[in-house]
Design a binder for this molecule. Structure first.
Ligand SMILES: [Fe+2]
Length: 188
């Protein structure tokens, strides 16, 4: 399987997981449809599944257009069935989602939102953490509690050490500046 990064909106990333043996793909958190369609058309790949980590617009913005164009099925957390546009397949904590050659274990990781999940593609040793984990930081706690977010981060930390954590936003500069500021403050 090939994992392809698709920059979307201003600072979001969506990801395509591509099965080159069948020329099919699933997309994680399509912020918008246009750049994803462009990539798929350039490479002549058919989109079969849309996987959403949570309901925020910059993660589901491309759902409807992509579903209409490709007839793709949308997978998301059962508790967010009324918030994820056009959802088809409801998943729960600890489920294994398996279609075609795509396989992922679902972990419910509330904190950023109450219905946030991550997709652990164990064969690819990769976990898609949405807005829960970022480089040098974590997502804003909009709906959950700090304790929920901590427990969710510990679930991600408990995955095998070689697992790649694949995040949905490019905010490294912001988190790095925060870390440097805190380090300075603590030294003073
Ligand atoms: Fe979000």
């Amino acid at each position: 399987m090939e994992i392809q990064i698709i920059p979307c909106l201003q600072d979001n990333y969506s990801y395509l997981i591509i099965d080159k043996t069948k020329n099919i793909a699933c997309v994680i958190d399509p912020s918008e449809a246009k750049p994803i369609i462009k990539y798929l058309e350039d490479k002549n790949i058919h989109l079969k599944y849309i996987l959403n980590t949570h309901h925020h617009y910059d993660h589901v913005g491309g759902n409807i257009e992509l579903k209409e164009k490709y007839g793709a099925s949308i997978i998301g957390y059962k508790g967010d069935k009324d918030r994820i546009p056009e959802i088809d397949i409801l998943v729960s904590d600890q489920d294994i989602w398996h279609e075609e050659n795509f396989q992922a274990k679902i972990f419910h990781i509330p904190g950023h939102t109450l219905g946030h999940i991550c997709f652990y593609f164990y064969n690819e040793e990769s976990v898609f953490t949405g807005d829960t984990l970022f480089s040098l930081g974590c997502g804003k706690i909009f709906e959950g509690t700090y304790s929920q977010m901590y427990n969710s981060l510990m679930k991600i930390k408990a995955l095998p050490e070689k697992t790649r954590s694949i995040v949905d936003m490019n905010i490294l500069n912001k988190t790095l500046n925060f870390v440097l500021l805190m380090t300075k403050t603590m030294k003073a």
